[in-house]
Design a protein around this ligand. Sequence first.
Ligand code: FAD
Length: 553
Amino acid sequence: MTDAVRSIPVAIVGGGPVGLMLALFLDQYGVRSVVFNSEPEVRRHPKGSTHNSRTMEHHRRLGIAPQVRNLSLPINRPTDVSYHTSLTGWELGRIPMPSEADKRRAVTSSAATDQTPEPLLRANQMYVEAFLLEHARTRPNITIRFGWQVTGLQEDADGVTVDAESEGGRESWRAQYLAGCDGGRSFVRRALALRYSGFASLESPHYGGRQNATYFRAPTLYRDHLAHRPGWNYWVVHPKGRCTILSLNNDEEFLAFSKAPDDGTPPSDEAAIATSVRAVGAELPIKIIGHWPWTAGVALVADRFATHRVVLAGDAVHLFTPTGGFGMNTGMDDASNLSWKLAALIQGWGGPGLLASYEIERKPIAHRNTTAARELNKQLASMPDVTAVDEDTPAGEATRREVSAHLAGMTEEYASLGVQLGARYDGSPIIAEDGAPPADNYEHYIPSGVPGGRAPHYWPGQGRGIGDSLFDRFGKGFTLIRLGGKAADTGTIEAAAHRNHVPLKTIELAAADARDLYGRDLALIRPDQHVAWRGNAPPADPDRLIERLIGAA
Ligand SMILES: Cc1cc2nc3c(=O)[nH]c(=O)nc-3n(C[C@H](O)[C@H](O)[C@H](O)COP(=O)(O)OP(=O)(O)OC[C@H]3O[C@@H](n4cnc5c(N)ncnc54)[C@H](O)[C@@H]3O)c2cc1C
């Protein structure tokens, strides 16, 4: 039965991590939304475990970073990545990586100009999604409609009418904006007849084509084979096939990535158990919990990210190969970019060009990040011939040396700070550019005050915890920073923001090294923490500047 049409500023289709993040940002800006999700609960199947620094900074903005960090692998466990011929065979290489406790200690003793207050977190997406949903249920501006599938949408000049169905009935909603965060098979993308382009796969015997993520229970695996070399990610490189085993939050459940049958169907439980037993190199009890198919080498980006009233984010507009762990993280940054623009439009201070800037800014990032992931995938796929890798012969030893040397070059997969923090919106019509940005670098992040990039981080006081980062001092709207203890006038920009109804907070950052970081005496930061403008004095026409930054020029 259909009730009366309900009204809401934003309807979000899809309650995966990106849809939930968008709802949480909108809630923080005081904007109401409804989140529809086909399944009644978040999916209890693990995916990736990489919540990168930028995603953790977003969680920090929402005040939930400590709770999300508590979902990490056991806090004192190193998050090493190691490579083996089998878990009982030769170790081919190891990338030592810190435990969550080590990372927290490092942050509390870091330099004032430390690049981020939030180191990357290893926690499986399955646990974090469940927390995001639980948290969203407590927020006053979010209506949760899990167990509701969106089946229709009609866009017109003033908004979108959305039809949704559940086992219990049907509902129609009228929204000013609709956000399609409904994943790779996006109903919203297909309803708008938008297409993906790019690469649908990478064909390689070692790391290409259809893959399977098997969730399994093996109560003795950690105790008997991993406890003496605790880590997060165990790669098994074997002539009979690759298998990667990921630790989850308890020592009895694991996730294994391995080649799937070519027709894309999941392997039988017997075949999946045989793959894991071969990877371990010993018989052990294994019970399969479930399978999740995926494709190595995918790098697809939609041709449009928005129409007039409908916007898309996350996997609905970009599909990644998981190498590097960039997929969800890129979607979370979409939500950060999109949410303040939707809030500005709904609250009446966003200009007519603001929404168009979402696609202009985020589509190049989707291309950049999918390309980075595919490059890493190609490096993995170019593994030397491993036929002899498990042999106790001179040929086997030579193969192991060759494979180890190849793997030694793979550290970027796990340390790509440039991808994580280096997204820039150069060329955007709502950025007041003033100089050459640093060269893009996937591995290293180069802090820069040149408008377009994420605001460089700084620790302003003696503390190094929640509440002590420069980012914690930013307002929910724009933030004007007066740097280096100079007397630069902030009044004319504040007055122009006020006249244009733009929320603005002014803060002081007196330290000389903070002034060096930003390169000017004044910097104007957007709600999504990207530098919008900087100068040593206010511009001659501050109203014109503000209008430009909100898409009204
Ligand atoms: C093996 C693997 C490992 C990965 N590792 C990582 C990693 O370490 N780091 C990382 O950043 N990314 C990783 N990813 C990618 C990451 O899982 C995805 O990018 C992420 O889940 C995308 O989030 P989303 O919210 O955009 O879409 P989804 O998670 O797909 O959520 C979309 C939601 O929309 C719902 N939905 C769909 N249609 C409708 C409809 N019509 N009505 C209502 N609801 C609907 C679905 O039920 C679903 O819940 C990995 C992916 C895989 C497969």
